[in-house]
Design a protein around this ligand. Structure first.
Ligand code: PLP
Length: 372
């Protein structure tokens, strides 16, 4: 029985290995491992790919969230609205910036943050909205912008899963004051280790981020001048080499993901008991994950795994029920849509280069698990 991983990085690396080898060797020869021309070139190219003015490379997506929030001025006592159904880092970023996450339930079809729900959670201390472009499609930014403007809130974006996604032609990272991106290895654009970036249209925010990521200094002539308390969170030069080589393939890889998602839609459409992912109107989805919904989820997952198919759950426990966030005082039942989704969602293997035969195998085993 062959193993089908959730993400097969090996296949994508075949396209870029040689080029990355040459680039890494050049950095090693020069002996300049911090920032430098590779990071600057990648930042320029990723900003251009994303259709956003600035890209500031940092050490991870989690750092990108923290620094984006800090650059936006979020600090002690500020509440930031985040979806209850996201990866833990979204809310960690808020806490690390000194703020307090306030959770919001999601839409029952797309699992994106519920805009009406968000409105009901706005209070005296609310300073910002931090929607997540979950699974590869954008949150309804035009509605969120209207809400933010009406309520006097900042709008930021967690774009960790949405490299190349757009909504009504507007790219991820363009609407918010700043958007956090992750280059965790399994992401649509993944490094060979941890890496991240912040996208922003705003010159002043980009400048502040460049200082925050290196000890609060602008560097260069001002290297030992520290106007605020920064940190050390730079995009690694060697990772910039990897990311730059892979970026050249990202548009095609995203197309391949979309084609694979279409193929799953065809293969799974007639299987009783499977709810297919829903793409919201206006969205160009980049299918970081292909997430279906099934009732006997844990049994189905067990069957797939026993058959060598590495399906997964994103995410099994909504954040308001995580022990780490107990201090926020939430209880079971607070976010019924997110809680129900957490019991039934299932991520199927998807990655550039997945074959038709592999997808047929997944569909066959899924049908088998559901008694079809
Ligand atoms: C939605 C979301 N936000 C934030 C992160 C954090 O990124 P990183 O793992 O690079 O810190 C991730 C991915 O891991 C993510 O999926």
């Amino acid at each position: 029985m062959s193993r089908l991983p959730l993400v097969d990085l090996d296949r994508q690396h075949r396209d870029v290995e040689d080029e990355i080898g040459v680039g890494i060797e050049a950095v090693v020869r020069r002996g300049a491992f911090i920032l430098g021309e590779e990071v600057a070139a990648f930042e320029r190219e990723f900003a251009s790919f994303s259709g956003v003015r600035h890209c500031v490379g940092v050490a991870s997506g989690t750092d990108a969230l923290e620094l984006a929030l800090r650059a936006a001025g979020i600090g002690p006592d500020d509440e930031v609205l985040v979806p209850a159904n996201t990866f833990v880092a979204t809310a960690l970023g808020v806490v690390r910036a000194g703020g307090r996450p306030v959770f919001v339930d999601c839409d029952c079809e797309t699992y994106l943050i519920g805009v009406a729900e968000a409105e009901t959670r706005i209070g005296r201390r609310t300073r910002a909205l931090l929607p997540v472009h979950l699974f590869g499609q954008m949150a309804p930014m035009e509605e969120l912008r209207t809400l933010a403007e009406k309520s006097g809130l900042l709008l930021l974006e967690d774009a960790a899963q949405a490299h190349g996604a757009s909504r009504y032609g507007v790219p991820a990272g363009k609407v918010g004051l700043a958007a956090a991106v992750s280059f965790y290895p399994g992401k649509n654009l993944g490094a060979w280790g941890d890496a991240g970036a912040v996208l922003t249209e705003h010159d002043d925010v980009a400048r502040r981020l460049r200082a925050l990521r290196q000890y609060g200094s602008q560097g260069g002539e001002e290297r030992y001048l520290h106007k605020e308390l920064g940190t050390n969170s730079r995009l690694d030069t060697l990772q910039a080499v990897v990311l730059q080589a892979k970026l050249a393939h990202l548009a095609r890889w995203n197309d391949e993901r979309r084609a694979a998602a279409d193929r799953y839609d065809q293969l799974l459409r007639d299987i009783d008991g499977v709810r297919l992912p829903v793409t919201a109107e206006g969205n160009l989805h980049v299918f970081h994950l292909y997430v279906v919904r099934v009732t006997n989820r844990d049994r189905v997952l067990e069957h797939l795994r026993a058959s060598g198919i590495e399906a997964a759950i994103h995410y099994p426990i909504p954040l308001h029920l995580q022990e780490a966030f107990r201090f926020l005082g939430y209880r079971e039942g607070d976010f019924p849509i997110a809680e129900a989704a957490a019991r039934e969602i299932l991520s199927l293997p998807i990655f550039p280069g997945i074959t038709e035969a592999e997808q047929e195998r997944v569909a066959g085993e899924l049908a088998h698990a559901l008694g079809g």
